[in-house]
Design a binder for this molecule. Structure first.
Ligand code: GDP
Ligand code: IMO
Ligand code: MG
Length: 431
């Protein structure tokens, strides 16, 4: 199979970076297709621990070409800093290419993201404050600036002149913020463009050469399907399509070229930021559950350092994610986190008043009212982190994973039982 998309299938942070790092060795081209530095992808391998925000997680494999695709929104300063840190740690970045079609996150995007969140007050979305929403909004309203524009003085000046006046009016009159200087912003972004000139290019020929030669391609997702702007828990979503359709759109690879879609799920569920979460374990729940949250379940956002909300695996949401993305292969991560749980619950349906729902409702006010219907399985109460084959897992862990696959309706591809590259069990062939 030549083109494989690996997508987050919950609310993000499923362990995508960890798996892309492993699979990069099988692929020869890794394309990050969406989101921006709202993402935080953790990679733990023989070279150390890395937290990537923009650079694809295939960067540690010397034989693999890495591309930041047209669908990504890029804060050039963040990218430059990330590349610098990687180089300082001896990582070769010579095979990294950045699409000239990718949009730039400008300083007013970051300012507006934060000002809009403040203005929302109690209704805040809990964004990462990185300017993602405003950058995608400008792209759609055709007032964005693209990475390629940073390499053309005249284009950059013209584009900036066109948008900055309006942005400054919004910043000063609506939010009482300070305006940005056209001159300074122009010079600063021209310089950032110069610094990235070696990387910025038309990535279409790179991708199409790979497709022509049947070179295995891995499309690296950011965020997760339930944060999808169309299909997620709107408005508590991000501003891009993180799923399989977004993988095609954001990379420039046609849907008919996609051979497989791997959906990455944690063996339970987490969410950072606001929004509905039917299976969330409330703080102050039973003492033993709370103890687990305080220790083994402690989850901290890779990008913002916020504590992640945690809860049981939600098969209603998972099935939905599988259906709207054509997920054919499951990657179940963080199974080891459940090692000490005496009982494990899976949400198999939603109850709303007297009705049972098979599909997640769109309206937040309704979703907030559903009650999860749980199935309870016995825990395996033994360590799994050193397992290297599926058969090595405790029988009850195997049963749990098999039940998840059965409930969501896709085959098992990968089980992950620790953050390190080796702590991964490849159950079926990916490429
Ligand atoms: P991503 O955004 O999907 O790449 O995921 P993050 O990196 O934000 O969050 C996943 C976290 O879980 C990181 O700290 C990983 O190192 C860690 N991790 C990934 N897979 C596993 C696993 O199977 N077990 C454990 N215990 N940790 C894992
Ligand atoms: P990775 O790729 C988890 C969430 C934010 C917020 C919502 C909107 O590491 O899985 P945004 O800044 O995108 O406008 O925020 O989306 N969010 C993520 N949550 N992992 C991510 O990325 C996320 N990217 C955005 O917390 O709720
Ligand atoms: Mg993350």
């Amino acid at each position: 199979m030549a083109v494989v998309a690996l997508i987050g299938a919950q609310w993000g942070d499923e362990g995508k970076g960890h798996l892309v790092d492993l699979l990069a060795n099988h692929a020869r081209l890794v394309v990050r297709y969406g989101g921006g530095n709202n993402a935080g992808h953790t990679v733990v391998n023989h070279l150390g621990t890395f937290k990537l925000h923009l650079v694809p997680s295939g960067i540690f494999d010397n034989a693999t070409v890495n591309v930041i695709g047209p669908g990504v929104v890029i804060n050039p300063e963040v990218l430059i800093q990330e590349l610098k840190e990687l180089q300082e740690r001896g990582i070769d970045i010579s095979k990294l290419f950045v699409s000239d079609r990718a949009h730039v996150i400008m300083p007013y995007h970051v300012m507006l993201d934060q000002l809009q969140e403040d203005a929302r007050g109690e209704d805040k979305i809990g964004t990462t404050g990185r300017g993602i929403g405003p950058a995608y909004a400008d792209k759609m309203s055709r007032s964005g600036i693209r990475m390629g524009d940073l390499l053309h003085e005249e284009t950059l000046l013209n584009r900036l002149r066109g948008v900055l006046e309006e942005k400054n009016r919004i910043l000063t009159r609506l939010y009482n913020a300070r305006p940005l200087s056209l001159h300074d912003t122009y010079l600063r972004y021209l310089d950032l463009g110069h610094q990235l000139a070696e990387q910025i290019t038309n990535v279409h020929p790179i991708i199409y050469r790979a497709i022509d030669k049947d070179i295995p391609i891995l499309l690296e997702g950011a965020q997760g399907v339930l944060l999808d702007v169309d299909h997620g828990t709107y408005p508590y979503v991000t501003s891009s399509p993180p799923g399989a359709a977004g993988a095609c759109q954001g990379s420039g690879i046609a849907p008919t070229m996609l051979n497989s879609v791997i959906g990455v799920f944690k063996a339970y569920t987490t969410r950072v930021g606001e929004g509905p979460f039917p299976t969330e374990l409330p703080e102050g729940a039973e003492a033993d559950i709370l103890r687990q949250i305080g220790t083994a379940w402690a989850e901290v956002g890779t990008t913002t350092g916020r504590l992640r909300r945690v809860g049981w695996f939600d098969a209603v949401m998972a099935r939905y994610a599988v259906q709207i993305n054509g997920i054919d292969t499951l990657a179940i991560t963080k199974l080891d986190v459940l090692d000490t749980m005496p009982k494990i619950k899976i949400c198999v349906g939603y109850r709303l008043h007297d009705a049972e729902l098979e599909h997640p409702p769109a309206t937040i006010a309704v979703l907030d009212q559903v009650e999860p219907i749980y199935e309870e399985l016995p825990g395996w109460m033994s360590p799994t982190s050193s397992a290297r084959r599926f058969q090595d897992l405790p029988e009850r862990a195997q049963t749990y994973v098999a039940r998840l696959c059965q409930l969501v309706g896709a085959r098992l591809g990968i089980v992950s039982i620790g953050p390190e590259r080796e702590q991964t069990i490849l159950v079926s062939e990916i490429f």
